[in-house]
Every structure is written in structure tokens, then in C-alpha cells.
Design a protein around this ligand. Sequence first.
Ligand code: HPA
Ligand SMILES: [Zn+2]
Length: 330
Amino acid sequence: MDDFIAQLPKAELHLHIEGTLEPELAFALAEKNKITLPFKSVDEMRAAYNFSDLQSFLDLYYASISVVQTEEDFHDLTLAYLKKAASQNVRHTEIFFDPQSHTARNIPMGTVINGITAALREAQSELGVSSKLILSFLRHLSEAAAMETLQQALPFRDQFIGIGLDSSELGHPPSKFVNVFEEVRRQGFRVVCHAGEEGPPEYINEALDQLHAERIDHGVRCMEDAALVKRLAEEQIPLTVCPLSNVRLCVFKTMSDHTIKQMMDAGLLVTVNSDDPPYFGGYVNENYQAIQEAFGLTREDLVQLARNSFTAAFLSDEEKQKLIAELPEF
Ligand code: HPA
Ligand SMILES: [Zn+2]
């Protein structure tokens, strides 16, 4: 089955570029930029990837990204992920970036966006991986800070297609950002939102009703609200689920406790993604493998998940159909 998963064409729709920093690259950049990491070695850094909840991960994620500083660093970080994605037969990827974690360190918006998009263009021409970029606001910061970030990003508006919301979910509901997302939509960007990872089903409803999110990132806690499940199924709202992330951040105790199979059986438009791969122990194929083993998924199930990943992408119907046509038939 691992070979079948490996050769399956797929899209990855929930991936934080800052969360793709492998310890080896972190140490190389730390040395180049003369920054001291709070770890003595790559092994010691990897051993620290032991989390009790979302916040315990975010603390390390924000601290580690301090080594990424120049446009070239952002390019190298992004290209390293895209090479890995290409090796796993990812044909299309939609990548989040967190500009506020960089502008807070006095790194200009242009350095971040130009570095990332240079790598995206390279991957399109040299690796055959297409991609879109999605700016994410940090929800633990204020709505005014999100609005300022949007203004700083507008000169680069041709380089990203959508806007999302990530970081500490509990206590920071989507409703906190109603005004800025109104402006986001007025400016013509696509809207996504992390909701129902640690937060309650109500946050998913808020993301849909108040922010007009077109996709929900994670969304696993929808299963606690039957009316919401019915709505998500009827409206075929895509959910970008990240199984290894959910287990490593203790949303579910073990993979067998994950509700992804129940979500699929409920007719939800579920996709499989890696979120922050080195931190959570696997890229997209390892996520497919983990749920295949836990739930005995069939080849047909796996093809359905890959098909969903193309259906849920921000691509034209024609582009989607072309990718879907590459899937094995049943
Ligand atoms: O899964 C996540 N949830 C919230 N914020 C994040 N920032 C990186 N990954 C995540
Ligand atoms: Zn995420």
C-alpha cells in the first residue's frame, strides 16, 4: 500500500512554510546568520518535538524561525519543501506563510514574499509542481495588527491568492476578525480559516458565517455537532485534515482515535495534509500511510482522498479535471 500511496498524484492544501524547517537547515542557517539556537545538535532539536498541545508546538515553531532572515533563506526553505513534495508525487500545493512572525523581527514583507515566490516559480518549471500562496494572520494578535499586515502585503497582491487565520485558536475565535476579513473579501482574496482544531464547533460556524471561509483548516471537532456535519456535507465544504499533527498535538490520543474515517463516511470533503511536517513526524505520504494503517483504508478510499485534494484546490475546473484524470480508476 505504501507504494500505491507514493505514486498517487495528490495536492497538499494545508502546509505552513515556516513549519517545514528541518533541523539540519535550521542549524545551517543559524551558523550563516550568526544566531544561537537553544539546542546543541540536530538530534537534540528533533528530540524537543514532543508536544502537549498546540501552544507548546507554537512556542518552538516561532522561536525556530528566527534563523530564516534573508530573501535567499526564504527561497531555500521553500525550495527544500517543494523538492520533498515533488518526490512524494505532490502535483499542486497551496502554502501558508505567517508574515507577522517575520515583520515582528524587522524583516520586510517583500523579503518574505519575494523569497518564497522565487522558489514557487522554480518548482513549477523544474519540478512540475504548481502552487499558490496563502497569507495567514496570527489570531493571537489583534484585528488591527491583521489589518496593518494586509496593508503591508497589498503591494505584493499578485503573489498570493488567499488569506487564512492560524496560531493559538482557543480564546481567539474567528469573530474577532470579522472586519479585516470583510476587507480581505472586498480586495478579492480567497478565504480559508483554521477552525475546530482545538476550538469548539462554534468556531467552524463562525468561520463560515462571519468570515465566509471557503475551506476549513483542520475542522476535526465538527464531529461534536451533528447539525454542523450535515451542513459541511451538504455544502461540500473542504476540510484540510492533518492526521499526524492532530496526534502529535494531542487533539486525539492515538491515530486509532482519530475521526477521519467517520468524517469520510459522513460524506465530508476530507483532504489529507501534513501541516508542519518535520515537527509532526511526516510529510503528506506519511499522513496517508498512518491513516491507511489505522483504518485499513482501501485503494478506492485513498484515490477518493487524492481526488478530494484536487477538488478542494483553488484551481480552475479545467485544471482540476486534468489532475483528476491522472488518478487510477475504479
Ligand atoms: O496547525 C496549526 N494550527 C494553528 N496554527 C498553526 N501554525 C502552524 N501550524 C498551525
Ligand atoms: Zn495548520
